[in-house]
Design a protein around this ligand. Structure first.
Ligand code: NAD
Length: 292
């Protein structure tokens, strides 16, 4: 029989991902802060729980998908948290994007309670979550990775064990650096092309066929063309991720000169009240610098 799943955090990513597990035949009991997301889970065939304790008490595998390190700590520790309420031998699969150190610490606290953890952050956005084609970067023990693999295969396409606890998060931090710099490059090109009077749609189409083409340009093209900045992936979350990669790179002595500038532009969007917009709104930062 399939393992019983508890799912904590049913947001932009967690909702469609948990629904993919239900479609694959798993029984999923979920908990999240918004009632409408719990209703969506039950409508999809899952069970909604009234607390974390209720969600995890007889789960074999506990999947967590919350915004950042403080929320992972809030749901994991304390009398109402996962570690106090999960059964011994359970496996936590934390798919949130958090600091590598938080993942390492969680794994060691869990081990004292006989609970296993892998970090398994994802890339591919809301579309990748819906279509179950995410890239999933895992840190932890090989045996735990192997146990989680059939579940992860219902959520993603490229699933790789990157190394010990925290390694998945380190790879995800690199992913976020690449994505931010890529969006910034596209945004600069868009403003340059528009100011030059070139047809933007035509330009982006031909650029995408050459070496300048990218998943970012493909997925974010319509956001740029229509100035549609509905998230997607919120600037607030990318701000968090630029902080993670900047700290982690400093700790190992890796230079991120361009990443540091893009981190500042992401921070400036947030300061101007655009933290709730999609990260393609880096276009706005470039427009402001260009007097638009
Ligand atoms: P979101 O804000 O849409 O969803 C987060 C969910 O966590 C919410 O439903 C909220 O209720 C829940 N939550 C927060 N604190 C909680 C608590 N104490 N108890 C129970 N539930 C709690 O965020 P998202 O866009 O789904 O992102 C989730 C994670 O995935 C983040 O770490 C993000 O960086 C990462 N991520 C997001 C995307 C994307 O495109 N949105 C892509 C890849 C990775």
């Amino acid at each position: 029989t399939l393992p019983k799943i508890a799912w904590i955090g049913l947001g932009i990513m967690g909702s469609p991902m948990s629904e993919n597990l239900i479609k694959a035949g798993y029984s999923v009991t979920g908990f999240t802060l918004e009632q409408d997301k719990l209703d969506r889970l039950t409508a999809a065939g899952g069970t909604s729980a009234a607390s974390i304790a209720e969600a995890v008490e007889d789960a074999d595998v506990i999947i967590t998908m919350v915004p950042a390190s403080p929320q992972v700590e809030a749901i994991s520790y304390g009398p109402d948290g996962i570690l106090e309420n999960a059964r011994q031998g359970a496996l936590i699969v934390d798919m949130s994007s958090i600091t590598p150190q938080t993942s390492v610490d969680l794994a060691s606290s869990a081990k004292e309670k006989g609970i296993r953890v892998i970090d398994a952050p994802v890339s591919g956005g809301e579309a990748g979550a819906i279509e179950a084609v995410l890239s999933i970067m895992v840190g932890g023990e090989k045996a735990d990775f192997d146990e989680a693999l059939p579940i992860l295969e219902a959520l993603g396409k490229t699933i790789v064990l990157c190394g010990p606890h925290g390694s998945g998060q380190t790879v995800k931090a690199a992913n976020q650096l690449i994505v931010a710099v890529n969006i910034q490059a596209c945004a600069e090109a868009v403003v340059f092309l528009e100011k030059s009077g070139v047809d933007l749609q035509a330009a982006l189409d031909v650029l995408n066929g050459g070496l300048a083409g990218s998943t970012v340009l493909t997925r974010k093209k319509d956001n740029f063309l229509n100035r549609d900045f509905k998230p997607g992936f919120r600037i607030d979350l990318h701000h968090k991720d630029m902080g993670i990669v900047t700290d982690a790179a400093r700790n190992v002595g890796a230079a991120l000169p361009v990443g540091a500038v893009v981190a500042q532009l992401v921070a400036s969007l947030r300061a101007q009240g655009d933290g709730g917009l999609d990260h393609s709104a880096l276009l706005r930062a470039v427009e402001r610098l260009s007097g638009q």
